[in-house]
Design a protein around this ligand. Sequence first.
Ligand code: HEC
Ligand code: HEC
Length: 323
Amino acid sequence: MKLLLRIVLVLVVAVALLATGVYAWASASSSRTLNRTIEVHEVDFPIPFPLEADEIAELGLSPAEAEALAHERAVERGRHLVHARYPCGDCHGDDYGGGVMVDAFPIGTLLGPNLTSGRGSVVLDYTPADWSRIVRHGVRKDGRPAVMPSEDFLRMSDQELSDIVAYIESLPPVDNELRAVKLGPLGRILMATGEIKLSVDLIESHDAPHPVYPPPTEVSVEFGQHLGGVCVGCHGMEMTGGKIAGGDPAWVPASNLTPHAEGLAGWSYEDFVAAMRDARRPDGSEIRVPMTFVQPYAQQMTEVEMQALWTYLQSLPPQPTPR
Ligand code: HEC
Ligand code: HEC
């Protein structure tokens, strides 16, 4: 009996030591991952983008009037971008005063900071280069990697980013001080084992030039591919779907969106619109989380945007879903 007790005790201590060791390793490794300094190219662009000289002359505007009209248009474009295309508000809050990306104990508290000019704002001294660094590279102003999924915004042009900033800056200040990002034990282990990957490591180049303007707003493969930039985080670079890397383990795999038998072969444009806006497949089955997060955005997309996306998906080579 005494011997058995001793064996059990030794085992318990061994397991505890092992767990502490694994946790210490995961902690140190994830801290190293988060405390690196990442070099990102320095870009610049105007906020707002000015009007063309031709248009200013045609409308007979004074410089002040031209500036005001440029600003008004930028805010309008930015409003559409964040309601139909880029889900900043999902994590930074509908009023941009701060929100939640993940708040679950073992994983961690990953809050989207306050982007308004109120108390607790993190963007008061942001330059265009700083906006580009966080949004298109996943690097914070202090040079350290962020946990924000910036690979989804890689294809964003300077003008779109400028418009989004003009829109966010037009919002009323919100006073809200949020806690800094903190990983829990499971979050640290997932990061240390590479299950959670940071955008800075997923984005291949931190000095490749960005387009200044988005492709023209028209039903074209090029514009559709540009819109599809926000789908690749889940559906994959080639839109062939499969397990969502770094996603919530409870999420179902993403669907294959190529015109393959395992994908959207046989779908009509109307089927696609119903799937995007009403979360229903042609056979009546329901489309589940996390695709449902995309639904409110799809409902705000214009007809031209929807058709361009569809045209792009139809132009892809049919490929099976990776296993
Ligand atoms: C999936 C959630 C998510 C989405 C979508 C998202 N963000 Fe973030 N964002 C975060 C989190 C979380 C942080 C805090 C990152 C950190 O400190 O590691 C952050 C940080 C930031 C910061 C501050 C970085 C710093 O220097 O501290 C800015 C600015 C920002 N995001 C802008 C945007 C904009 C603009 C968009 C839309 C184009 C956007 N975010 C979309 C989650 C998100
Ligand atoms: C947050 C991850 C995520 C994002 C972002 C996302 N999707 Fe999905 N999508 C999914 C998942 C997961 C499914 C499968 C849902 C299911 O099986 O119920 C899906 C299903 C679909 C379907 C239904 C096809 C079928 O037969 O299952 C279409 C169409 C679709 N997505 C298009 C898009 C487009 C276009 C975009 C970009 C504008 C996009 N998705 C962005 C995760 C995502």
